[in-house]
Ligand binder design. Structure first.
Ligand code: ADP
Ligand code: MG
Length: 432
């Protein structure tokens, strides 16, 4: 097998188990030179490459080599500085991070417009205007899509730019790995030399002190040199539990923007766009049906459409209202979300008081504890926002609700009986 062809196959195989970013950064930059018995001799642009490949990818690569060549083959790396210069030439089109996640494919409506515009702004002046950009919102609303769209656009605009995209979980895993292999410096270097760092699902850092510590330093290094940082999370910084204050304040230093649940016109627009993309004819009344029933996330909306498309193709037919209804019935059966009032009734009953007592402003502990439990359950067991819950509790400030949630959470960790009581209420609420 020709050397380049062999190497192409190795990269393809390794890419299945290694993050796209890492492939671009550390594996595609390896230049195979010679195949000797049992050894592939290759060059990389720097010492750092040697270390990083040895630390993180050597196993994957030798496995692929051995598999392709049938027999044990290892990799011998040496540094060739001229490769670094060659690689610095602009590439025609850098590989996008996730081709489907672009601005062009993002349908904009009132619930996501601000997030969309903020993301676009970031791509126009990275590191200048909003740093960090913190995107938050519920599951399946487009955070990862937007964050990746930023990465794609920035990487495309300036191919030399080092754009790093990964989830907080991968960051954590790689950090642990780097400690194990005594490669913490290479790990740090990798992040601190990024021009753009995008971390998804940062709520994963909750309660992980060591990760937070490491990320704090990474953040500072990039921030100080005006590199753009984008963070996505299912909660705003203030609600991420057990997040160090210094990190929270970093997260809050730029622009925080949320994506809300899609409104009806946006749901219809998304359905229309997705159907058109896959060449599926979606009758208006069927789109109306789906959009009226599937309300809480774009992912679920896509899921419903895909299910319908599959059923139509299987049956060789086009969808009408009754076929769509039958096909999607299991998705529609989801119980309606619990309301703040339901929570209040339930908690009031448990503590033998009236719902009015819960809402009122009496401060004695007879009321305070149940009230905080009710606030907590309203937050955890319904889809209401802090502001909506605050309104439901007699127009209090939303920080009161946040405080209640924290208080209950803290007590749950040290008071088993209290915790059991709250959990049983939560269960009752869900089965109500
Ligand atoms: P999150 O990260 O918020 O959980 P994702 O970004 O993974 O959500 O989005 C879930 C799915 O919905 C993805 O397939 C994404 O492309 C799609 N999606 C979300 N919002 C939009 C939108 N406004 N327009 C088009 N597709 C969207
Ligand atoms: Mg996501």
């Amino acid at each position: 097998m020709e050397l380049d062809a062999l190497w192409g196959k190795v990269v393809a195989q390794v890419s299945q188990n290694v993050e796209r970013n890492d492939v671009a950064c550390w594996i595609s930059t390896i230049e195979p030179r010679e195949l000797r018995p049992g050894v592939l001799v290759a060059e990389v642009p720097s010492r750092l490459h040697v270390e990083r490949v040895r630390a993180s990818f050597h196993g994957e690569i030798t496995r692929a080599l051995s598999h392709l060549l049938g027999g044990d083959v290892t990799l011998a790396l040496s540094v060739n500085g001229s490769l670094a210069r060659a690689k610095a030439e602009p590439r025609p089109e850098p590989p996008p991070f996730w081709p489907a996640y672009t601005f062009e494919k993002f349908v904009v409506g009132t619930s996501n417009e601000i997030a969309y515009k903020s993301a676009l702004d970031v791509t126009e002046a990275p590191g200048q205007r909003f740093n960090p950009l913190f995107l938050y919102g519920g599951v399946g609303l487009g955070k990862t899509h937007l964050a990746t769209a930023i990465a794609n656009r920035l990487a495309r605009a300036v191919p030399r730019r080092r754009v790093t995209v990964l989830s907080a979980e991968v960051f954590a895993n790689e950090l642990i790995q780097s400690f194990r292999t005594n490669r913490a410096e290479a790990f740090r270097e990798r992040f601190r030399t990024s021009d753009v760092l995008i971390i998804d699902d940062v709520q994963f850092f909750a309660g992980k002190e060591r990760m937070q510590e490491e990320f704090f330093h990474t953040f500072n290094a990039l921030y100080a040199t005006r590199k753009q940082i984008v963070l996505a999370s299912d909660q705003p910084p203030r609600d991420i539990p057990n997040l160090e204050d210094r990190l929270r304040s970093r997260f809050e230093a730029g622009l925080i923007t949320d994506i809300e649940k899609p409104e009806l016109p946006l749901r219809l627009a998304i359905l229309a766009r997705k159907a058109a993309t896959i060449g599926f004819e979606l009758p208006r009344e069927v789109a109306q049906l789906i959009a009226s029933k599937v309300v809480s996330s774009v992912r679920e909306l896509e899921g419903a459409l895909h299910r319908l498309v599959a059923a139509c193709r299987l049956n060789g037919r086009t969808p009408d209202l009754s076929f769509a209804f039958d096909t999607l019935r299991p998705l529609f059966r989801a119980r309606p979300p619990r309301t703040v009032e339901q929570v209040q009734r339930l908690v009031a009953e448990r503590f033998r008081m009236s719902a009015q007592d819960l809402v009122c402003r009496k401060r004695t502990s007879r009321y305070a504890m149940p009230r905080q439990v009710a606030m907590y359950l309203a937050r955890k067991g319904t889809k209401a926002t802090y502001a909506e819950i605050a309104a439901g509790f007699g127009g209090r400030d939303h920080t009161t609700i946040m405080h209640a949630v924290k208080t209950v959470e803290a007590r749950k960790t040290r008071d088993v009986e209290f915790s059991a009581m709250v959990e049983s209420l939560a269960e009752k609420l869900q089965s109500a």
